[in-house]
Design a protein around this ligand. Structure first.
Ligand code: GLY
Length: 373
């Protein structure tokens, strides 16, 4: 697993390959943010994320301190050199989600993500930067381990918002991002087991359950990481990155790289993101709806709940209801410009990750929910 230190982070920023050669320097001081009066009252900096954004407290038998997305992002926000860069806030967000992209044990993101039906890992990611209201995204990206970083390069170094497929791969390579095999041995076994069981009429024989490890049998994912951050100037940025729905049709793109669906950020209001069944987030403009609800004055948690209700109502029409409940999981995360935050999930029992400046440490907090299990 790649470990991100302040030093390696700063070296990574400096060594952006062709970016450093072809782009004007972007290290100018950030312009004064709009809404600075609000920001002065904010308990910033603060980072929230989906549950996989925090790995739990260090255990005595851990060989090395456990890194987490929220703590990594928060630590970088507190670094004066990082914070001084025009895009320092965005760099911190991208480094935060990069911890999970680099983790082969998280089968919903980056390295070790579960592949599509053809056994190929295809990644989606987007970033949004509040101070300039810019977005960048990549979709159906293969062989690049950190799609959120590629998305940031789209934001910073192009006039586009979304680049997909082989073009996204070549774009990332142009910026010096290494070619990587993302299908780990464990993820390959999971995919193979899925393929062996997928169709009783094909020629693949299904192995008896006792010959398949429990972890391989449980191998489905609709997971993702979303992370939103508020810095000491009251500015907001967000990232969402995923390997998407496991065993999807090749080329399927979920909500994560779609601005307004898997994430949205309005620097005058707040940031939001989604994890779970992307198709429902797309048809309801999920993250945009959460930010719009905060703009109307709802608390972040209530903005998430209101949007979930809307998604659930529409799911009835879409035939995605079973036993009086939606047949899929979905969570929203919301961070308001004044530092208020919250999350809600379709079903009881979810948690989300938080790290704030008071302790610098991560924690899990319970999500509100719409339906009991
Ligand atoms: N929310 C992740 C996906 O559906 O791809």
């Amino acid at each position: 697993m790649t470990r991100m230190t302040r030093r390696s982070f700063l070296e990574g920023v400096a060594a952006t390959g062709a970016a450093a050669l072809t782009q004007p320097a972007c290290a100018a001081s950030r312009p004064a943010p709009a809404g600075a009066a609000v920001a002065r009252r904010a308990p910033a900096p603060l980072v929230i994320a989906s549950a996989n954004g925090w790995r739990g407290a260090a255990r005595p038998d851990d060989p090395a301190p456990r890194q987490s997305a929220v703590e990594t992002a928060l630590a970088l926000l507190g670094d004066a050199e990082v914070a001084a860069g025009k895009y320092g806030l965005l760099e911190a967000v991208v480094a935060g989600v990069g911890v999970v992209e680099d983790d082969p044990e998280d089968h919903s993101v980056g390295l070790g993500g579960l592949p599509n039906e053809e056994g190929v890992v295809q990644l989606d990611a987007a970033v949004m930067f509040g101070p300039t209201h810019q977005a960048g995204a990549v979709a159906a990206l293969e062989n690049i381990q950190n799609p959120a970083r590629a998305a940031m390069y789209v934001l910073r170094y192009t006039d586009h918002a979304l680049i997909v497929g082989p073009g996204a791969y070549r774009f990332a390579r142009a910026f010096g991002m290494p070619h990587a095999e993302l299908l780990t041995e464990e993820a390959r076994k999971m995919w193979l087991y899925w393929k062996q069981r997928a169709n009783e009429r094909d020629d693949w024989l299904t192995p008896p359950d006792e010959q398949v490890e429990e972890s391989v049998r449980r191998a489905y994912s609709g997971g993702t990481i979303h992370l939103s951050a508020l810095d000491a100037q009251g500015d907001l940025a967000a990232a969402t990155t995923t390997s998407g729905l496991s065993y999807k049709i090749s080329g399927r793109v979920g909500d994560s790289p779609l601005v307004g669906a898997g994430l949205f950020c309005d620097n005058d209001v707040g940031a939001a993101g989604a994890t779970g069944r992307g198709e429902e987030v797309i048809v309801n403009c999920g993250a945009y709806a959460v930010v719009a609800a905060m703009r109307r004055g709802l608390e972040p948690k209530d903005a998430c709940l209101e949007t979930l209700k809307e998604v659930a109502e529409k799911a009835r029409r879409r035939g995605l209801f079973q036993d009086g409940k939606p047949s899929f999981g979905l969570s929203f995360y919301a961070l308001r410009k004044d530092g208020a935050y919250g999350s809600a999930a379709m079903f009881e029992g979810g948690t989300f990750a938080v790290a704030d400046a008071a302790t610098g440490a991560g924690r899990h907090e319970p999500c509100a929910w719409l339906y009991d299990r």
